[in-house]
Design a protein around this ligand. Sequence first.
Ligand SMILES: [Fe+2]
Ligand SMILES: [Fe+2]
Length: 480
Amino acid sequence: MNIARVDYDGLIPNNVALGQDVRVKRALEKWHPGYINWWHDMGPEGFQESLVYLRTAVSVDPKGWAKFDYVRMPEYRWGVLLAPQLEGRKISFGTHKGENAWQEVPGEYRAMLRRLVVIQGDTEPASVEQQRHLGKTAPSLYDMRNLFQVNVEEGRHLWAMVYLLQKYFGTDGREEAEALLQRRSGDPDTPRMLGAFNEKTPDWLSFFMFTYFTDRDGKMQLEALAQSGFDPLSRTCRFMLTEEAHHMFVGETGVTRIIQRTCEAMKQAGIDDPYDIAKVRKLGVIDLPTIQRKANFHFSLTLDLFGSEISTNAANAFHAGLKGRFREERLKDDHQLESGTYPVLRLIDGQIKNEDAPALSALNMRLRDDYVVDCNVGVGRWNKVISEIGIPFEIKLPHVAFHRHIGEFSNIHADVNGNVLSEEQWKKRRGEFLPSDDDRSFIESLMQPNFEVGKFAGWIAPPKVGIDNKPGDFEYVKIA
Ligand SMILES: [Fe+2]
Ligand SMILES: [Fe+2]
C-alpha cells in the first residue's frame, strides 16, 4: 500500500499529485475564492477570528493521520485526500463484478455517477449552514470546538466531492461545483437537495441528535459509495469515513452527557418519575420524554434520506457497480442480486406488512435496515446510563412508519409503535410523539453560552476525556 503523505506546499493540500495536474489544479484554485466566500457567509457565525484547537489531516494512514493545533477556521487547510489505492482492486458487485475497478468514469454511467457525487456533495455544506448559529450558545468551549471540528470537516467533504467533479466530469462537473456553493439550506428558492438538510438546527440537543442520526446516514451512504467500482470515488469515501467517525462520536456522547446530567439531577432531587416534567425542568435539565421526542423527530427525518423502499435508481446504481451495499465484501451471496428477494415493509390494504421484493429493487430498504441496527447500538448505551443511575425510562427508536415524508408510509400517519392512525387521531396525539413548541422553547431557554474555561452548562455533564487527551481546564477555543 502506498500511503501518500499530504502535500501542504500549495494552496490546496492534497495527496493526488495536484502539482502535476495543471488543469484540475487551476480549476480548483478558481473555485477556492468562492468557497472561502461561502465559508465567511455561511460558516460558523461570530467565531471566524477565534483560535480553535482543531485536527487537520496530515496523512491518510489510518494510524496517526491527524495533527492538532490552534487554527483560525478560515485558515483551515481544506484539502483533497484520498485513501491509498489498493493494488489490483476489482469491482466486487453488480454486472461488472470481477472486472478491474475503473480509474476513469465509464461513459455509459457518467450521468448516474455525477448525480451520486452531487447529492453526497450537497449534504456537506448544508450541515455547516444548518449549524452556523450554534457557536453563540455553546455549553462549553469543549463542545464549541467539537462543533467547529465537524464544520471544517464537512467543508473538507465538500472539497472531496468537488475534486471528483472537477477532475472527472468536465464542464458539467465545473457547473455542479459552482452550484454546490449557490444552494442554501432552508432557502425557499434555492434549497439544498434533501429534506433533512433544509431543517433548522436551532439548539444543541438538535445538534447532537443531528450528528448522531443524520451524520450516521452520511456514514451509511459513504460506506455504500466506498464500495464503488469507480475507484477514485471509493478512495475518497474511504478517507471521509475516518473523519465521519468523530461526528457520530460527538452526537452519541453529546446525547449521553445530556441524559447523564438529567438523571443525576433527578436522583439528587429525589425525583424518580421521569414523567414529572415540570419538576425535572425546574432543575434546569432536559426531561427524558423530551429527549425521546427529539430522537423520534431526527430519526424519522433521517429515514427519509434513504429514499423509497423500492427504487429503480438504487437498483441501477448497484447493477452498474457504482454504489454497493453496507459492507458488501462481508456479505455471503452472489453480489449481483439478479435473482433473490429481500423483505420490504410495505403498506398493503392499509396494513403495514412485510413483503418479499426483488433484492435488487430493495436496496434502499436494506441500507435503511442496516442503518437502524447501527442506530440502536448507541441507543443501548444511552439506556445503560439511565438504568445505572436508576431511573425507570428507556429510549426507543420509533417504528419506521412513523412521521415519514418519503416512501411507503408517506401518505399515512402512524404512531411510534407502527399503529396506523386516522388524521384526527394523529392531530390529537402528535404532541406525544414529536417536540411541541413548549418543548422547543424550554430547550431554547437553556441555551445560554458557557465560555468559561473548563466549565459546562448545567444541562450537560462534562465529557469523560478531553480531545487529544487534553486536561479538563484546556482552552479549546480562544475566543477573539
Ligand atoms: Fe460529511
Ligand atoms: Fe459528518
